[in-house]
Design a protein around this ligand. Structure first.
Ligand code: BTN
Length: 244
């Protein structure tokens, strides 16, 4: 049976200064992104976490559905970053996931530009970063993270061939509670230590499996294919041979 996670068990002696001082937990909800966005517009404290055991309408990039049955981690974090720091948030989130996977399971993950975390070439986690403005006030950002923890990736219908989970890769179950707690600590530590963005960019770039590989990028209705030559400091990829 899946271990029970509660807001209190996540918060207990958690070594953070502002992340997860408030946690909104539901066993099931449509999407943590939607609730986190509403909470951000209502002005919840910086670092508020929205977490669900299961989502019924999980959101992926470009309006895609994100499957998050029981056994996954689905969480969103509300932040109010300086605008100059926005490009680094995807890097902070991806590196935090990578560090967490290494620490909790010993498995080595890599980052597939722009926002996928892979193990052995298969996707184990997706990251979504959405920003907006609260009236005339500050910008808010919601970082959404979905990790396949204890599930057979074969069950994830349409993506089963390209997806994996921590338990599939490890061959045994993984503590979701330990994973969530470590992830929140890692996010805070990277976010605070990297307010100039430079260190985060360097480590993120070094862990991209994408450089030198053929990639496809969709922009509106156009699909571009090219080899990812390098990434800029704002996270944008530089291609050669891009065509559509
Ligand atoms: C992607 O790879 O397309 C990004 C997937 C992001 C999924 C997470 S799960 C928690 C949060 N809530 C959502 O509805 N989506 C994000």
């Amino acid at each position: 049976m899946e271990e029970k996670i509660t807001a209190a068990s996540i918060m207990r002696d958690l070594n953070t200064s502002f992340i997860a001082k408030r946690i909104i937990y539901h066993s099931q909800m449509p999407s943590t992104m939607e609730l986190a966005r509403k909470e951000a517009l209502a002005g919840v404290p910086d670092g508020t976490v929205v977490i669900a055991d299961e989502q019924t309408a999980g959101k992926g990039r470009m309006g895609r559905f994100w499957s998050s049955p029981k056994g996954c981690i689905a969480l969103s974090i509300v932040l109010y970053p300086k605008p100059a720091y926005l490009p680094f948030l995807i890097m902070v989130a991806s590196l935090a996931v990578m560090h967490t996977i290494k620490c909790v399971t010993g498995l080595c993950a890599q980052i597939k530009w722009p926002n996928d975390i892979l193990i052995n070439g298969k996707k184990v986690c997706g990251v979504l970063v959405e920003s907006g403005v609260r009236g005339n006030e500050s910008n808010y950002t919601v970082i959404g993270i979905g990790i396949n923890v204890n599930l057979e990736a074969d069950c994830l219908d349409e993506v089963s061939l390209t997806a994996t989970s921590l338990s599939d890769e490890l061959g045994s179950r993984v503590s979701r509670l330990e994973t969530v707690r470590k992830l929140l600590c890692e996010i805070e530590s990277l976010y605070l230590s990297a307010q100039d963005g430079e260190a985060v960019y360097d480590e993120w770039r070094q862990n991209l499996e994408t450089l030198g590989r053929q990639v496809q990028v969709r922009s509106g209705n156009n699909l571009y294919k090219g080899v990812a030559e390098d990434v800029e400091k704002d996270g944008a990829a530089r291609f050669y041979g891009a065509c559509h």
